[in-house]
Write a protein that binds this ligand. Structure first.
Ligand SMILES: Cc1ncc(COP(=O)(O)O)c(C=O)c1O
Length: 403
């Protein structure tokens, strides 16, 4: 944890915990590095579903080329926070109301998920025009991936045969302009695998377009850039990805390529900080019960991983009895919920963990608070802090602001 964040944790009372800390300078630095690793012809959208916290969205504006939203709610949220930013609206099951809102609010692109959705769009278009991408589920092999959303039967996008029906609808309606194709097939890929997938997608898209005399201006290859929760410092290799895209782009000189990652942009900027309430031993195994739990940070339950963490020792101990502790042994870190699924990290070795110590879970900036079941058991919600600090070069002196 960066010193500025650690300083902030030091000022917090127990009642401030659990707390989400968002490192906004760290986020900006990260997204700047991503942007500069990508060729100019690649447009970088942020998938707001990963974390739509207002200050995170504002911190990203100016560093990304736009935002991808997947509901009417996300659309109006992003529109109001970053007015003027280009927005692509995707996601399955769009309602008439959502399509109408999208048109009224001037979204730049609509990602159409099916022939039915396209026909629905034509019924609400009125005198308007729509720039669309058709979302495809192409027959490309994915191999081992963390989460597959295409390349196999599924509710996302459409089978290639449906595209031809969509072309007929588009040909008969001058208000609809086919700008390109959209793909989001998998999550959790490393740079080399992601490049191989982009290569397959572009080849498939160009073959499809040539076969039908369609002029593709844009291909959006989605997000899914890998985030390795077991190795917080091993981030997706954006420089290798960017370098590998250049020869692919050279083969498709008239195409704009879009990517729309979420997790790999914001995962690293978030911390969930909490405190050990109890340490127990059951049949010889150590359990640390923490304030909060997976109703605040569902990520480890959703992805079935151990959320990486740091222990922040707290040496103050006032009660008259011995402080329960675990030493040099594996500990399972659980929350306060009455379910065995409330596990944040399982049997992880610790040097020492005591009641009262604080625990800072890293990589809590994406699919974390916003995907959690906040009100289960009615524990208090965490506090939220956006660190907007200017690092001072003198060791130990850091200024920060929080909200
Ligand atoms: C269409 C689409 N685009 C982008 C994303 C972002 O994916 P990730 O957060 O894995 O980068 C998702 C995630 O589900 C998605 O469904």
């Amino acid at each position: 944890m960066r010193p500025a964040l650690l300083d902030l944790v030091g000022t917090m009372t127990d009642d401030d915990l659990p707390a989400y800390l968002y490192d906004l300078p760290g986020l900006r630095e990260h997204v700047r590095a991503i942007r500069s690793a990508l060729p100019e012809r690649v447009e970088l959208l942020y998938a707001a579903k990963a974390n739509s916290d207002p200050r995170i969205l504002r911190a990203l504006a100016g560093h990304v080329d736009g935002f991808e939203v997947a509901s009417g709610g996300e659309l109006s949220h992003v529109r109001s926070l970053v007015p003027g930013a280009p927005i692509a609206f995707g996601g399955p099951g769009k309602t008439e109301t959502e399509l109408t809102c999208a048109l009224n609010s001037g979204v730049e692109r609509l990602h159409i998920e099916s022939e039915h959705e396209l026909r629905l769009l034509t019924t609400v278009l009125g005198d308007g025009l729509a720039e669309i991408l058709l979302r495809v589920n192409p027959p490309v092999g994915l191999g081992e991936v963390a989460l597959a959303m295409g390349g196999r039967p599924g509710p996302f996008g459409m089978d290639p045969a449906q595209l031809d029906h969509c072309l007929e609808v588009i040909a008969s309606d001058p208000r609809v302009r086919l700008h390109g194709l959209h793909f989001h097939l998998a999550s959790g890929l490393r740079a080399r695998a992601q490049l191989a997938l982009v290569d397959k997608i572009l080849t498939w898209a160009q073959d499809w377009a040539h076969g039908r005399g369609v002029d593709l201006a844009e291909v959006n290859v989605g997000g899914g850039m890998g985030v390795d929760y077991s190795a917080p410092h091993k981030v997706f290799d954006w420089p290798a990805f960017g370098a590998g895209l250049r020869p692919l782009l050279a083969r498709h000189p008239h195409l704009t390529l879009r990517v729309e990652p979420g997790r790999s942009i914001t995962a690293y900027c978030g911390w969930y900080v909490t405190q050990v309430l109890d340490i127990k031993f059951s049949r010889g195994q150590a359990f640390a019960v923490l304030r909060g739990g997976t109703h605040h940070l569902r990520t480890p339950a959703a992805k079935q991983h151990d959320q990486p963490f740091e222990v922040i020792p707290d040496d103050e101990w006032l009660p008259s009895w011995n402080r329960p502790e675990a030493r040099d042994e594996p500990v399972t870190l659980v929350g306060q919920l009455c379910t065995p699924k409330d596990v944040l990290a399982r049997a992880v070795m610790v040097d020492r963990l005591r009641v009262g110590d604080r625990v800072a879970f890293a990589m809590a900036g994406a699919y974390a608070w916003n995907i959690s079941h906040h009100d289960f058991l009615m524990h208090p919600h965490p506090t939220f802090h956006h660190v907007e600090d200017v690092e001072v070069s003198v060791p130990g002196r850091h200024a920060h602001q929080t909200s």
